[in-house]
Design a protein around this ligand. Sequence first.
Ligand code: GLU
Length: 467
Amino acid sequence: MTKIVTRFAPSPTGYLHIGGARTALFNWLFARHHGGTFLLRIEDTDRERSTQDAVDKIFEGLTWLGLDWDGEPVLQFARMNRHAEVAHKLLAEGKAYHCYCSPEELEEMRATAKAEGRPMRYDGRWRDRDPKDAPAGVKPVVRFKAPQTGSTLIKDHVQGDVTFQNEQLDDLIILRSDGTPTYNLSVVVDDHDMGVTHIIRGDDHLTNAARQTQLYLAAGFAVPEFAHIPLIHGADGAKLSKRHGALGTEAYADMGYLPAAMRNYLLRLGWSHGDDEIISTEQAIEWFGLDHVGRSPARFDFVKLNNLNGHYIRSTPDADLLQAALPFIAKRVGRAPDTIEQAKVMAILPAVKERAKDLNELAEGVLFLFAMRPLAPDAAAQKHLDDGAKQRLKKLAEALAALNDWSAAAAEAAVRALAEAEQVKLGQMAQPLRAALTGRTVSPPIFDVLAVLGRDETLARLADITG
Ligand code: GLU
């Protein structure tokens, strides 16, 4: 069997957005599943809109997602001469021709098409014309002699058989008058030269697939397999926009999503394996195939992404989670936590990770460890610190100070005993305690907080409040 070669071919005109990331993931999984090769090609021929910053963002985004590509990335612009070479070969073989149409003539064709309510198609007026008719001083473009009758069939792995009537596809410009190659030609030559066997991309490229197929055939290249995936829509079914989550991967990184969760989520955006929702990357590599890519557009849904992320946070080993969370903590604290602080974070992590849906929430959950005394309880916490509460906290501080064993369990027993003796509900002890120790009304389980803060810090924070 021939070796599978896939590629991801982004245009570096912006960040690596979520649709592109999914395309990359599908290509990567397909290659890895088959023990094949996953290549990266930067389609930087639009010199006005392509930027180095966007190229870097694509590399960073793929790296963050854990999608490693094989070999060096191919830069399309640098291969311009090779693309032109193929165009000249087609010209020499009579499969392409010079067209000297003036802008005015093209405008006329456009106007006629518009008046007739059909899309503009070049009418082929230079296709068979004697080159001797060429007007002096005009630099021609090179047009591909596209088949005018019959049809072009795309046997698409996702869309099924898609037939294009050749009369609908006009003679494509393959070289501009300045000699530079155009998009479809470059893509075909690159995919051929890179040995790409499977092209998996968004279905907005389906018509290009027909034009490209004609070019492959004319050039004598083997036509690769195609899989055109439906584009991603928003939760409301409309085309994906920023409001829906059409952001760059770095935005998801900043929002505190884990790459593993993102991979799982993107995989399920358009591919399914029975009812499975949680699919590890190892399983995905084992199971992935083009036969289970959905035909209708998947909907981007933050609720699902958050649920998955929560799952991955809970199942990530604490030591790894600490590493992932450290930048988020550092951002809030204003410095990197030292090793003693990191050990405290580790101690509270099992409790915090149960509730956090992203790394920002995780960082929020451990911030109490870094609070400077005396704490400044927020307004909601203040409400739990009236005089009665302060009285109770004073007694509680005494009971806690008398403990031999400083642990969550011992603290809980002391708080419960005091609540009973004072004839108040547990919450009337626990909420003021939480407010005093964390300055918030929401925190990890309060007895865990106490255990991690340690005796001295706990008693000192209580004393700060009770005076
Ligand atoms: N550069 C194209 C894009 O970013 C992809 C072309 C392709 O995959 O063939 O949409």
